[in-house]
Design a binder for this molecule. Structure first.
Ligand SMILES: *Cc1c(COP(=O)(O)O)cnc(C)c1O
Length: 379
């Protein structure tokens, strides 16, 4: 089976891991953790970054630092991986689901503005959702597939309500918006270093941003809120630190970020060009003002059954897969606040087919995938 997305470990990963073991620094103190935070700051245009145990924990810690409290609402698109919403619940808050824009599959700025206008009231400097009485505490756009929505517009809406913006940039390392890297596009941004992401640590995450004091606070709460050099702790902190072993892998990965992005984008282009003429097939959206990190590639089948296509491709040895099922349709989130319509989300999610897009994919494998798709679609 040609796998969907497996890590490319052909760089310095093994060498750096051996260094950790030889030096005895395998846990959360070590030179690779520090180096990763500096290298990632450079790569993302951040003043600093904080290495965490996962993308989910990066999101959770960021929400706390941004002032999200139990029983608050956090605005998030429903078309995302469930971890976005889980991190909100981990903070004790609840998601408020918004639709996505068909041009980006990212949060619809237009609907966001309308929902805030019609369904909230501002009292004493805070924003309250009228129907539930809950305080609205943050907006969490998601960089779906490595696409970036119109952040100028989203930041402008957020600013007019005094709301912080936390970007779920889990799968967007390397993406740019109007030429700018992700570190400065939101109040804070969270990246995932999970095994299927463009840059992996096995598991892990990074908090990025340009506000040094928020990032210092994030580091504090993700490292048990210890006040050095003694054994004092000034709040209930979290053990969310990445280990040196994981950071060693991530450092080696980050050295090849540009190369990985080139492959990801080339695979995206090749699939788009190969399937351009096929009837009922649409390419994944790519908004004009951003250069997507093209984390995943594939196509949208407008008329046919995506599940059938995926299973036919699997039978032919192609590791195709369906994509995110919207969170408002998931058991733990059925009762959460929703926008008046989630039409785009509901009409697109079960038509998405993702195709093999590892950065170690070969040209031969790409041709096998293209031929298999054409044969399954009867083209
Ligand atoms: C991968 C992913 C996450 C979760 O990251 P983990 O490192 O697995 O916790 C969250 N949100 C999105 C959009 C993702 O793609």
């Amino acid at each position: 089976m040609i796998p969907l997305a497996i890590p490319n470990l052909e760089g310095n990963e093994k060498r750096y891991l051996c260094e950790c073991i030889d030096d005895g620094f395998v846990s959360s103190v070590g030179e690779f953790v520090n180096r990763l935070e500096l290298d990632a700051a450079k790569a993302t245009g951040s003043v600093a970054t904080v290495a965490t145990s996962a993308g989910t924990t990066a999101l959770h810690a960021s929400l706390i630092v941004l002032g999200v409290r139990p029983d608050d609402l956090v605005i998030v698109p429903s078309f995302t991986f469930i971890a976005s919403a889980n991190s909100i619940r981990h903070a004790g808050a609840y998601p408020w689901f918004i639709d996505v824009d068909p041009e980006s599959w990212c949060i619809s700025a237009k609907q966001l503005a309308i929902e805030l206008d019609e369904k909230t009231v501002v009292k004493g400097g805070d924003v309250y959702h009228k129907a539930t009485g809950r305080r609205v505490a943050a907006i969490m756009p998601v960089y779906t597939l490595g696409n970036i929505p119109d952040m100028d517009e989203i930041n402008c809406i957020a600013a007019s309500y005094g709301l912080p913006v936390l970007a779920d940039a889990a799968c967007a390392i390397g993406a740019t918006y109007k030429g700018l890297p992700i570190g400065g596009l939101a109040t804070l941004s969270a990246i995932s270093l999970n095994g299927n992401k463009t840059v992996t640590a096995g598991g892990g995450g990074l908090i990025c941003g340009q506000d040094e004091s928020l990032l210092n606070e994030a580091k504090h709460i993700t490292t048990t809120a210890r006040v050095w050099p003694g054994y004092d702790f000034d709040m209930v902190g979290y053990n969310y630190r990445l280990t040196n072993l994981q950071a060693a892998v991530a450092c080696a990965q980050l050295e090849r970020l540009e190369q990985f992005l080139q492959v990801k984008r080339r695979v995206r282009r090749l699939y788009n060009e190969s399937f351009a003429g096929l009837s009922g097939i649409k390419a994944f959206p790519t908004p004009e003002f951003c250069e997507s990190s093209a984390w995943f590639s594939g196509f949208v089948c407008e008329n046919s059954d995506a599940a059938r296509i995926v299973s036919a491709l699997n039978d032919m040895g192609v590791g195709a897969k369906a994509f995110w099922k919207p969170v408002h349709l998931q058991a733990p989130y059925l009762e959460c606040v929703r926008a008046s319509s989630l039409d785009v989300t509901e009409s697109v999610w079960d038509k998405v087919v993702t195709l093999p897009c590892s950065t170690i994919i070969t040209d031969d494998e790409l041709h096998v995938v293209v031929d298999a798709v054409k044969s399954v679609l009867g083209a």
